[in-house]
Design a protein around this ligand. Structure first.
Ligand code: FAD
Length: 244
């Protein structure tokens, strides 16, 4: 018999919570959920009345310590699946899913670090699972997060990140389209200079996780290696074909 994580099953949406104007968190209860590692994702499958099916991947944003599975979905205007998940689905509805999937892009507190996290937009989702796990496990590992968002209003998980910032968790933001008055963070796309200023040095041998739109992931992955970071410790996950 195929392992449970490879078979389709139905989770129940128990809560939906808007986060930014274009994102929503879905909280699911999945029968016999065997747990996940921070950074893993699930595959979600929608079936239309005529039998047409569409399948997409969504990272698990909740910590392994949480009993509910949280998915953070960004609405793409012309998308097939994401507008349904952000606009239509309601508490009480079922959602067909398979997982958890993916072992490479995952972190457990016992692996240590230091941890270098770089995300663009909804790419924060799997990294949020790591940050929440870091907190829940009371890990002493130093963590630095660089998060690129279009504007202040579009910073995903902004309030929770503000609450979580601590001596062991340093958060840096860059806003690529607009900045509020008095903004002291970065205001451009992530580049090598920014990474030099923000990242741990290669000598500190950080474990890096980079996630978001393909162009961001490629730029950051390449820059980290050029800066001298160990390529085997730079892990990347691409969410989609276009930039944000
Ligand atoms: C491993 C993995 C984990 C993922 N985790 C998340 C997550 O946690 N949250 C989340 O919101 N999404 C996540 N994604 C992206 C998600 O799987 C879908 O690609 C996304 O929701 C778009 O699906 P759609 O059906 O709405 O759009 P589609 O109908 O597939 O595409 C509509 C249009 O948007 C473009 N497009 C497709 N994907 C993206 C994208 N990601 N960014 C920008 N433009 C795009 C297409 O080229 C097309 O023009 C993940 C992807 C992968 C591979």
């Amino acid at each position: 018999m195929a392992p449970r994580r490879l078979t389709w099953r139905v989770g129940e949406v128990v809560e939906t919570r808007p986060d930014t104007p274009r994102t929503k968190s879905l909280f699911l209860e999945v029968p016999d959920w065997e747990g996940h590692r921070a950074g893993q994702h699930v595959d979600v499958r929608l079936t239309a009345e005529d039998g047409y099916q569409a399948q997409r991947s969504y990272s698990i944003a909740s910590a392994p310590e949480s009993s509910r599975v949280e998915l953070l979905v960004e609405r793409l205007e012309d998308g097939e699946v994401s507008p349904y998940l952000t606009d239509e689905i309601r508490p009480g509805d079922g959602l067909e899913l398979r997982g958890p999937v993916g072992g490479w892009f995952a972190w457990e507190a016992s692996e240590g670090g230091p941890l270098l996290l770089v995300a663009g937009g909804s790419g924060i989702a799997p990294l949020m699972a790591m940050i929440r796990h870091h907190r829940a496990a009371e890990s002493p590992t130093p963590v630095r997060l660089l998060l690129s968002s279009r504007s202040y209003e579009e910073i995903i998980f902004r309030e929770e990140l503000e609450d979580l910032a601590a001596e062991t968790l340093q958060i840096t933001h860059t806003l690529t389209r607009s900045t509020p008055p008095g903004w002291k963070g970065y205001d451009r796309r992530i580049d090598e200079q920014m990474l030099t200023e923000f990242a741990f040095s290669p000598e500190e041998h950080p474990l890096a996780f980079v996630c978001g739109p393909t162009p961001l992931v490629e730029t950051v992955g390449t820059a980290l290696v050029e800066l001298g970071h160990d390529p085997t410790r730079v892990k990347t996950e691409r969410f989609g074909p276009t930039g944000g």
